[in-house]
Design a protein around this ligand. Structure first.
Ligand SMILES: *Cc1c(COP(=O)(O)O)cnc(C)c1O
Length: 711
């Protein structure tokens, strides 16, 4: 018995060590079944779970619940997954199989138990890793280990956001310390004109892919620098440049220390642009060539993805901070202060311009892209002044539209439905349009019932969350009415967004009487579920959130309008699987992509969105609903008013009637037809396998080819 005890426990440990489990519901269900209460308490974190449950307890539970074969099966599947040599990457990966892609990102959203992301950028990076793993594309992620994550969100009685910071417990995470040749922790050092920066490195397994995370909380750093990687986007500009120095330069040095020579540098957003400079320095030293030639060469295998059409989203640093942090570096590169600053200036002659990380990334990469067709266009407009001799259409920024990692976002019940109808191996064929044609054959009642069950699951989740929220705020009335909050038979609209002004989460509240009429309609009411965080320093975003929170606290709205605190991977997963409609109404054209809308498609949820970002490519009249016709206006107030009218009109004339039009069995057949149409038309395109393959074919392979011919 002793042997099998350790056996099972060790196998579960092995499963917990690789984030592969995060997209395999059959592994997650093992932990849920072992102890649902502990699983919830540890916030779905298997490492923490195993730290709290003894091998004896596991053995006892496993034998009582007959879990042994499921554990062994999952363990074998993981081995097969990581061991297989038949992947898309091994067949088509060419040079990458000797020289991997180094994928730099300031955040990675992989799961709620690893809160090193703040929003869309991080989720995208996490999905990129997972699909690279599934496709077998040789890729290494490089990021920072934030010990306090972004922040935990609490709303006070007045609906105002308050932030709490909780330290992660390293021993509760599946991190492995990276060591040097002597077995001591590998230390990465970056000198500045003031204090040097040190970091240690952690390794995390994401299927077949490795993610390296730098952590400045080490002896030898000043107290202040130990905190450098505590939080995402927390500090002032000086802290920010030090973080980015560690991410870019420290990240590139980590690869060198591990003898990894990447065939491609992919910079996910400008935060990591300094990596280009470190690679140039390495090439100059290694090949003895001058700066200009090294820059040209490095740019041939550097790929840059820009993510925001909002000006303030691009990091800019003043000359003194640049000199303090990169002065030593600049001397190594043999550049004067002005020559160096010119790398981050749109107009090198203009000495008043700060150093822009996006400009450095664009100057240092041969291939650059936005994340949707519209965003590609907007980015060419935004950065045209870098290529004054070219027309806007010739600015070398293309686009690859984002996609989502399907198995991470798809409800297990939907997964099963597709498995029965599309075949056991459907996930490996998801980028083929033909696969999805069979969706028409799915019985309306079956898909609708599955959806309704998921909605009920969401409602139970929201109620559980509301209990905690209401107890804290002393909102006894909410607890008393709990079982009546949200009704599965009412059209349920989800709106979860970062609370940034341009996302306009409060647009639906702009004509309160009109909204209240919809909510309280006797025959065809609607209900709303909100979630989202505002940046701790964004008071405008917080005020916007407050309007919504207060609206939801009002006694007359309580049953049909809720705000779920602490939007994260877990909240997002429940929402995208369980609402009827996913609402998205940013101010066009400021939503670069808006990937959350892609998460709902295969779950059978319909999008109701402004024609911005991905939705402009996805909407065909029947894949969901459009708000307006893609118009814009210079006067923000006018655009807001117009879009609000379009929103109400679409709800009143299209969404609500279609939802409540039922067949004799109570199934909204026209609605279900749209659900299926969206799955068929959009499923194969807006997933991360398609996205990563696009990156591989259009960027990685040609870029890696450039490395081998040049060097
Ligand atoms: C998907 C996701 C986002 C990104 O959503 P957008 O559509 O880009 O606004 C942000 N936060 C979380 C937690 C997510 O899951």
């Amino acid at each position: 018995m002793a042997a099998s005890e350790t056996h099972l426990h060790e196998r579960l440990r092995a499963l917990a060590r690789n984030l592969w489990w995060t997209w395999h519901p059959e592994v997650i269900s093992i932990f849920t079944d072992l102890d649902p209460r502990v699983w919830r308490e540890v916030e779905h974190n298997p490492t923490a779970f195993l730290n709290r449950v003894t091998p004896e307890q596991i053995e006892k539970q496993a034998s009582e619940l007959v879990l042994e074969s499921r554990i062994n099966y999952a363990f074998r599947r993981l081995g097969e997954y990581t061991g297989t040599e038949k992947t898309w990457g091994s067949l088509h990966g060419g040079n990458l199989n000797n020289r991997p892609v180094a994928y730099f990102s300031a955040e990675f959203g992989l799961h709620e138990s690893l809160p090193i992301y703040s929003g869309g950028l991080g989720i995208l990076a996490g999905d990129h890793l997972k699909s690279s793993s599934d496709l077998g594309i040789p890729l290494i992620g490089i990021g920072l280990l934030y010990r306090q994550g972004y922040f935990c969100q609490r709303l006070n009685k007045d609906g105002w956001q308050e932030e709490a910071y909780i330290d992660l417990k390293i021993e509760d995470l599946p991190l492995q310390a990276v060591t040097d040749a002597h077995g001591s922790p590998l230390m990465i050092r970056v000198d500045t004109r003031t204090t040097p920066l040190l970091a240690r490195v952690w390794k995390l397994l994401v299927g077949r892919v490795t993610l390296l995370l730098l952590d400045t909380n080490v002896d030898g750093n000043s107290v202040e620098d130990r905190e450098l990687t505590s939080r995402l986007y927390g500090g002032d500009l000086r802290q920010r440049i030090r973080q980015e120095l560690m991410l870019g330069v420290g990240g590139a040095r980590t690869l060198q220390a591990l003898n990894i020579v990447p065939g491609v540098f992919h910079l996910n957003e400008g935060h990591s642009s300094f990596a280009i400079l470190e690679e140039i320095r390495r090439v100059m030293e290694y090949d003895g060539i001058p700066f200009d030639r090294a820059l040209r060469r490095v740019s041939l295998y550097t790929v840059f993805t820009t993510h925001t059409p909002v000006e303030a989203g691009h990091d800019r640093f003043p000359a003194d901070l640049i000199e303090e942090h990169l002065g030593i570096f600049r001397e190594h590169l043999g550049l004067s202060h002005d020559e160096f600053m010119a790398l981050g200036r749109i107009n090198p002659q203009d000495h008043s311009q700060p150093f822009c990380m996006t400009v450095l990334a664009l100057k240092g990469s041969h291939r650059a892209n936005g994340v949707s067709a519209i965003h590609g266009h907007v980015s060419r407009m935004m950065w045209q002044s870098l290529w004054p001799e070219r027309r806007e259409s010739e600015v070398p920024i293309g686009h690859i539209t984002n996609g989502v990692h399907v198995l991470s976002w798809l409800a297990p019940a939907m997964f099963q439905l597709f498995k029965t109808r599309l075949g056991q191996d459907w996930p490996t064929r998801m980028i083929h349009p033909d696969l999805w044609e069979k969706v028409v054959e799915i019985d309306d009642g079956e898909i609708w019932e599955t959806h309704q069950a998921l909605k009920m699951r969401l409602i139970r989740f929201v109620r559980r969350r509301l209990v905690c929220q209401s107890e804290r705020l002393g909102q006894q009335e909410t607890i008393a009415q709990l079982e009546s909050i949200l009704d599965p038979d009412i059209l349920t609209i989800g709106c979860a967004r970062r609370f940034a002004a341009y996302k306009r989460s409060d647009l639906i509240l702009s004509q309160p009487e009109r909204l209240l009429k919809l909510i309280n309609d006797a025959e065809r009411p609607i209900q709303l579920v909100f979630a989202g965080k505002a940046h701790p320093r964004d008071n405008e975003g917080k005020a916007l959130m407050q309007r919504i929170a207060r609206f939801s606290y009002e006694a007359s709205n309580r049953l049909r309008v809720v705000f779920v605190e602490d939007y994260d991977y877990n909240v997002a997963r429940h929402l995208v699987q369980g609402v009827d409609v996913w609402l998205n109404n940013p101010r066009r054209p400021l939503e670069a992509c808006g990937t959350s809308g892609e998460k709902v498609v295969l779950n059978g949820v319909l999008n109701l969105s402004v024609l911005d970002g991905w939705w402009n490519e996805a909407y065909d009249g029947r894949t969901g609903f459009a708000i307006g016709h893609g118009g814009m206006h210079n006067d923000v107030a006018v655009q807001n008013r117009r879009d609000a009218d379009y929103l109400y009109e679409t709800l009143e004339n299209e969404v609500i009637p279609l939802y409540y039009q039922r067949d004799p069995h109570g199934v909204p057949s026209q609605w279900v037809r749209r659900m299926k149409h969206a799955i068929m038309r959009l499923g194969w395109r807006f997933n991360a396998d398609r996205m990563v393959k696009d990156y591989a074919e259009r960027f990685y392979l040609p870029a890696a080819g450039a490395t081998s011919t040049e060097t």
